[in-house]
Design a protein around this ligand. Structure first.
Ligand SMILES: Cc1cc2nc3c(=O)[nH]c(=O)nc-3n(C[C@H](O)[C@H](O)[C@H](O)COP(=O)(O)OP(=O)(O)OC[C@H]3O[C@@H](n4cnc5c(N)ncnc54)[C@H](O)[C@@H]3O)c2cc1C
Length: 604
C-alpha cells in the first residue's frame, strides 16, 4: 500500500564546501544555499535559561538549555534543524583550547551543516549569560493543494475524522505540527529492545470504551490486562506508610476519622457526579459551577484527609489542584467516564484495564496507514485559517491548502496558536483563554525485574505527599519489560519541572525508594523515560483542558459549535470519556459526520 505520509522532498538547504578553502567539517559549511520556494524563519538569540528566566550556574547546563530553546523556537515556527542555513553564536570567555559549546551544537545539528559564525564577546546582555545562539532557516513550501477537507492535527481524533471523511468518498488531508502522528499517544522503546512504553496515554477498557476498543481490535493490536495482584502502598499526609488491598480503601490515616472522611467524600462525589447530565451539564449542575472543587470539599467536610483525597483525584485525572477546577467541570468529567469510581478503577470496566504491547501509538499509526497516499503532512503547524466566499485557505508550515471544510482537532488552549479569519466567536475564544491545562508528568522507570512482586506488592502507590502521586505496574511480562509508571502531577509535578532532568529523575527514584524501601530492596533502574507535555509546544499540558468556575456556565455551549465551515473535535469535546482516547475517537466520528452531512445537504 502507498504511504499516507506526504513525501518529504529533498531538504531545501544544501551545504557548499568550496575548493581550496579549509575543510570546515564536521560542524559548519562555508556556505549554504536553498532551492525551491521557501519560507524564511529567523529566531532571536536564544540563551540558556529556563522558562522563568533562571540561568543554571553550570555552563554545560546553560549550553544544553540554549540548544533546547533554539529547537523550541524553530519548532514553534514550523522549522526543523535541517532547514537551518545559518547559525551565529556568541560566547563569553571563549577558550579555543576548550570549546565546550562544540558537543552541544554538534548534538543539536545531528550531522546537518549550516553556515556558522562564532563570535567571542566580552559580555552578553545579562552577566549570567555565557552563550547565545540565533538561527536562520528556509522551509520548503509545497505547491497549493486543493482538497475537500483539511484536518488540523494527527492525534487519534483527527486521524479518525480523516479516515471517516475519506471513507465517505471525500478528499481529505491531515496537517500535523509534529514530525510524527499520534499526538498524546506516543510510544517509545528506550532500550532499543522492543520493550515499548507509553509516555502518553496507556490504558483502555473493552466494555464501556467501545469506540477505542473497536479501533484496537480492527487493527488487530495485542493488549495485556493491567496486573492488579498484591498490596497497594499508601503514603499518608504525615509520610506514614501503610498497605491496603488493590481496589480497596486505605486501612489507616494519621488524622482521627481520616478513613471515614475519605470514604465519605468519595461516596459523595460519586453520588453528585451521577446527577450531572453529560449532554447538558450546566443546566443539571449550575450551582456546582460557582465553586472550585476545593470549595466544594470544604463545604462538606473539614477533614484534611478528604481534601488530600480530592487533591489526588484532580492531580491524577487532570494534572491540576482542586483549587483550579470548577466542581461542575470535575463532576461532569467523572460522569463522562461513567462515574468517579469507574474512571479510577484498574479492573474490568474501569479506565485502566488494558494496555498495548506495542504502545497506544500503534493505534494512531494504524489509523494513519488506513488513509490514502499522501494524506498526512508532518512538521507543518497550521498558523492561519482564512474563510472566504471562495473557500477556506489553511496556511501551514510546509505550504498552503485550499478546501471546503476544516476540522480542527487541537485542544481549546491551543486555539490561540492559530489565527482564524474571521476571528473565532467570542464564546469559543473565551473557552481557549480561560480553560487550564494540567501538569501531568509520567515518568517511566524501567527495571530488569519486577522486584516489588517479591514482597507481595502490586507496584501501585497512592501518596498524599509527593512528588509521586500514584504508581502502577506497567510491565509486559512476556516481553521482559518491567516498569513502574510514576505520575507526578499538579503542584507536585510543577515543583519538579524547573529542575534539570537528571535531578527530576533522582527525585522520582528517591521517592520510589522511600515508599517501597521499607518492604523490599529497591534496585537501581535500567532506564528512566519521560516527556514533559506541559513544555511541549503542541500540547502545552495534558491530559485534557479543564474549566475553572463560571467558564462552563458562560461558554460551554460553544465547545462543539462550528465556526462557519470550521468544525471542532478533540477528546475535550466528547460527551463520553472526555479526556480519554475513547473520547478522542468519538469526537473524530462526530466531526466527520458533521462534515459529511454538510456535503450531502449541499448536494440536495
Ligand atoms: C501522560 C498522559 C497519559 C494519558 N493517559 C491516558 C490513558 O491511560 N488512557 C486514555 O484513554 N487517555 C489517556 N491520556 C489522554 C489521551 O492521550 C488523549 O485523550 C488523546 O490522545 C487525545 O487525542 P486528541 O486527538 O483529542 O488530541 P491530541 O492527541 O492532542 O492531538 C492533537 C494533535 O494536533 C497537533 N497540533 C496541535 N497544534 C497544531 C497546529 N497548530 N497545527 C497542526 N497540528 C497541531 C498535535 O501535535 C497533536 O498531534 C493521557 C494523556 C497523557 C498526555
Amino acid at each position: 500500500m502507498s504511504s499516507p505520509y506526504s513525501k518529504i522532498k529533498a531538504p531545501s538547504v544544501q551545504t557548499i564546501d568550496p575548493h581550496m578553502l579549509f575543510d570546515s567539517r564536521p560542524i559548519f559549511s562555508h556556505s549554504t544555499t536553498t532551492s525551491g520556494p521557501c519560507r524564511i524563519v529567523a529566531t532571536a538569540g536564544q540563551v540558556g535559561c529556563d522558562q522563568n528566566g533562571v540561568f543554571p550556574t553550570d555552563i554545560e547546563d546553560q549550553l544544553s538549555l540554549a540548544m533546547k530553546n533554539l529547537g523550541r523556537a524553530l519548532e514553534a515556527a514550523g522549522a526543523t534543524v535541517t532547514d537551518v542555513f545559518k547559525l551565529v553564536y556568541y560566547i563569553v570567555d571563549y577558550d579555543p583550547n576548550n570549546r565546550r559549546h562544540t558537543k552541544h551544537v554538534q548534538a543539536f545539528l545531528n550531522g546537518h551543516r549550516p553556515a556558522t559564525t562564532l563570535v567571542p564577546v566580552p559580555a552578553l546582555a545579562n552577566p549570567e549569560m555565557k552563550f547565545e545562539i540565533e538561527a536562520y532557516a528556509a522551509v520548503r513550501q509545497e505547491a497549493l493543494r486543493e482538497v475537500d477537507v483539511v484536518v488540523v492535527g494527527a492525534g487519534l481524533s483527527g486521524l479518525k475524522a480523516a479516515y471517516e471523511v475519506q471513507r465517505a468518498g471525500f478528499s481529505c488531508v491531515v496537517v500535523e505540527a509534529r514530525d510524527r502522528v499520534g499526538g498524546k499517544t506516543w510510544s517509545v522503546d528506550p532500550l532499543g529492545q522492543g520493550k515499548w512504553i507509553d509516555v502518553g496515554a496507556a490504558w483502555i477498557n473493552d466494555t464501556n470504551q467501545s469506540k477505542i476498543y473497536e479501533l484496537a481490535k480492527s487493527l488487530d493490536l495485542e493488549m495485556v490486562v493491567q496486573r492488579t495482584t498484591g498490596k497497594v502502598i499508601q503514603e499518608d499526609l504525615t509520610g506514614d506508610l501503610g498497605l491496603f488491598d488493590y481496589g480497596g480503601t486505605p486501612a489507616q490515616a494519621a488524622e482521627k476519622n481520616g478513613i471515614e472522611s475519605l470514604v465519605f467524600i468519595r461516596e459523595l462525589a460519586e453520588k453528585v457526579c451521577q446527577t450531572v447530565d453529560i449532554h447538558n451539564p450546566v443546566q443539571s449542575g449550575a450551582d456546582l459551577d460557582k465553586l472550585t472543587l476545593e470549595e466544594w470539599v470544604k463545604s462538606n467536610t473539614e477533614s484534611k484527609t478528604a481534601m488530600a483525597t480530592a487533591k489526588l483525584w484532580t492531580r491524577a485525572l487532570l494534572g491540576l489542584e482542586p483549587s483550579e477546577v470548577s466542581a461542575l467541570f470535575f463532576m461532569n468529567y467523572c460522569k463522562s467516564a461513567g462515574g468517579l469510581l469507574q474512571m479510577r478503577s484498574d479492573f474490568k470496566n474501569g479506565g485502566q484495564y488494558l494496555r498495548f504491547t506495542r504502545g497506544t501509538q500503534s493505534m494512531s499509526l494504524g489509523l494513519a496507514d488506513l488513509l490514502h497516499s499522501d494524506s498526512v503532512i508532518l512538521s507543518s503547524p497550521v498558523r492561519r485559517i482564512i474563510q472566504t466566499l471562495d473557500g477556506i485557505l489553511v496556511s501551514a508550515g510546509r505550504g498552503e491548502l485550499k478546501c471546503k471544510r476544516v476540522i480542527v482537532s487541537v485542544p481549546t488552549v491551543l486555539y490561540k496558536e492559530i489565527t482564524f479569519e474571521p476571528p473565532l466567536p467570542q464564546a469559543k475564544a473565551e473557552l481557549g483563554k480561560n480553560n487550564v491545562h494540567g501538569y501531568t508528568l509520567k515518568v517511566m522507570v524501567s527495571f530488569s525485574e519486577p522486584w516489588w512482586r517479591k514482597a507481595g506488592l502490586a507496584g501501585a502507590v497512592m501518596s498524599f505527599v509527593g512528588p509521586i502521586t500514584t504508581t502502577r505496574d506497567s510491565s509486559n511480562d512476556e516481553k521482559g519489560q518491567f516498569s513502574l509508571t510514576c505520575f507526578t502531577n499538579g503542584d507536585a509535578g510543577r515543583k519538579l519541572s524547573p529542575l534539570p532532568q537528571k535531578e527530576r529523575f533522582s527525585a522520582v527514584v528517591a521517592h520510589i525508594k522511600r515508599m517501597y524501601g521499607p518492604y523490599v530492596d529497591v534496585p537501581e533502574p535500567i532506564a528512566v523515560t519521560e516527556h514533559e507535555w506541559f513544555k511541549d509546544q503542541w500540547a502545552q499540558g495534558c491530559p485534557c483542558p479543564a474549566s475553572p468556575p463560571g467558564v462552563m456556565t458562560q461558554f460551554d455551549h460553544a465547545l462543539r459549535t462550528t465556526h462557519g465551515k470550521v468544525h471542532f473535535i478533540g477528546t475535550e469535546t466528547a460527551y463520553e470519556w472526555k479526556g480519554y482516547m475513547d473520547g478522542a475517537v468519538r469526537s473524530g466520528e462526530r466531526g466527520a459526520r458533521e462534515v459529511i452531512d454538510a456535503f450531502n445537504r449541499a448536494k440536495l
